[in-house]
Design a protein around this ligand. Structure first.
Ligand code: ADP
Ligand code: MG
Length: 206
């Protein structure tokens, strides 16, 4: 049996329809078992070491902000190595423009690296990530049950269209304003936390 770390990134943890969609997939436990799940806001040093192989890439400062700006849903799953590979297949490719139609990231990811879910990519990385993260939070019990449905809307494809405009320098102000309005409809965050969700979304587009 392999172990893997799973994370609902902020775009999945706080856009409620996305959270419900990914939760519905995860709880099928088709060929895996959820061993732990908890809300946790990681510190920058944990994310910097988790993603150390990406240090120096132009998007790295954004990635650290993205992963530390809000509480995330973090857990551990067990699966065979083959099942873990199939879970990664369900997830789809890393960057949204490349993600396979019908995959979770194509269905729910907004743009670029705003791609909803982290899942360890192999048994070796899974073991290393579980070890690293369990130094920060317990990965031994399921503390969180999410909702399988929500009455909040899912604006993924509209957001992706607007994000593409902003990234391309087209109607930037109008598109930015629309992105903020649509995200506000998707989440129950308010105040500073809602501002953080706007920031990590919009900064991925520059
Ligand atoms: P994955 O999450 O599919 O395993 P990686 O481990 O290569 O992908 O990268 C970790 C995360 O860094 C990605 O999920 C994504 O959020 C971000 N990322 C990676 N490459 C890019 C990129 N070229 N542009 C923007 N974000 C990226
Ligand atoms: Mg990875």
């Amino acid at each position: 049996m392999a172990e893997a770390l799973i994370i609902f990134k902020p775009d999945a943890a706080h856009r409620l329809a996305v959270r419900a969609g990914i939760w519905s997939w995860l709880t099928t436990e088709r060929e895996w078992k959820i061993e732990s799940l908890a809300w946790y806001q990681p510190p920058a040093n944990l994310i910097e070491s988790h993603y150390d192989f990406l240090q120096g890439r132009p998007f790295f400062p954004w990635l650290v902000d993205f992963m530390t700006a809000l509480p995330l849903v973090v857990g551990r799953v067990t699966a065979s190595a083959e099942a873990l590979e199939r879970m990664r297949y369900d997830l789809g490719e890393t960057r949204i423009a490349q993600s396979r139609p019908g995959s979770l990231r194509e269905r729910f990811g907004i743009f670029g690296g705003i791609n909803c879910v982290h899942l360890s990519d192999a048994p070796e990385t899974g073991a290393a990530e579980v070890k690293r993260w369990s130094g920060f939070l317990p990965l031994d019990k399921v503390e969180v049950k999410l909702e399988p449905t929500t009455n909040k809307p899912d604006h993924t494809y509209h957001l992706r269209s607007l994000a593409t405009q902003v990234a391309g320098g087209i109607h930037v102000e109008l598109a930015t304003q629309s992105i903020r309005e649509l995200i506000a409809q998707e989440t129950d965050l308010t105040g500073e936390r809602l501002e953080a969700l706007y920031r990590i979304t919009l900064e991925a587009l520059t």
